[in-house]
Ligand binder design. Structure first.
Ligand code: CDP
Length: 243
């Protein structure tokens, strides 16, 4: 997020990749792609490629983390060394620890943890290729992987970002837009209730721009939500249970 508005990112109403301001990148989701995990999903979002795997509910290790009132949900967001232009140093860093924490908190709002006291549900997301928006892609895939594992949830969680480039509010920033844009606002919602379970902001927006960005991000999220449900229907057939 360079915070500059003079790098040309929009020309004749179109963005550098040809998208309109309110257009998402292409999103493709597949549920149940790994045999060893209890649940999994693969997601491509533009050039982002992420793989999510879920284990559990299972025994809590280390045992002292155990909660007699509910399951403990852990989330590990990890970028592969080869996912970015300059090799990413393997292992956790401040950014991945932050993303893991807020993503776990978002999922805790929908997973029926109280049904599985003294157990652990582990979510792992590997970013194989990154092109901006990976925290949203990761959380969206993780939510499908949890459903694929058969873990009871109130609803899926779906994430999408909006932001500002060249003084224009746009949906779903790509890499150059993220680098040279003025603001990026990733959010995650629970579609049925409209509850916002994750929100961050990088850069500056006026109050009006913030409202516009939020509105766009919710609309984008709802489009991706349809794709999440389609992925689960393709795997399991029929109608996904909507409470
Ligand atoms: O990926 P997301 O937009 O959620 O997070 P970010 O911190 O705003 O990062 C934006 C993009 O910067 C990532 O998607 C990667 O393409 C890139 N990045 C990178 O090249 N090396 C890193 N260590 C972290 C991010």
């Amino acid at each position: 997020m360079g915070g500059v508005s003079n790098v040309p990112l929009i020309k004749d109403g179109k963005r550098l990749d040809g998208r309109k301001p309110d257009e998402l990148r292409d999103v493709r989701i597949e549920a149940g792609v790994l045999e060893r995990a209890d649940g999994s999903a693969y997601l491509e979002w533009g050039s982002n490629k992420v793989l999510a795997a879920v284990y559990g509910p299972q025994e809590v290790l280390p045992k002292h983390l155990s909660d007699p009132t509910k399951a403990v949900l852990t989330y590990r967001y990890n970028m592969a060394p080869f996912s970015v232009d300059d090799r990413k140093r393997p292992g956790p860093d401040r950014r991945s620890v932050e993303i893991s924490k807020i993503s776990a908190e978002a999922l805790e709002k929908v997973v029926l943890l109280e049904q599985f006291p003294n157990t652990m549900i582990k979510v792992f997301v590997e970013v194989l290729q990154a092109e901006a928006g990976t925290r949203c892609a990761a959380l969206t895939a993780a939510s499908v992987a949890l459903a694929d594992a058969g873990i009871p949830m109130r609803d899926l969680v779906v994430a999408c970002a909006a932001g500002k480039i060249n003084d224009t509010v746009v949906l779903d920033l790509g890499k150059s837009e993220d680098n040279f844009g003025q603001a990026d606002v990733p959010i995650a919602i629970v579609p049925h209730t409209g509850e916002i379970v994750l929100m961050q902001m990088d850069g500056d927006l006026t109050r009006d721009e913030y409202t516009q960005a939020l509105d766009l991000a919710v609309k984008g999220s709802m489009q991706v939500y349809e794709l999440q449900k389609d992925a689960l229907k393709r795997r399991y057939g029929g109608v996904v249970d909507e409470q």
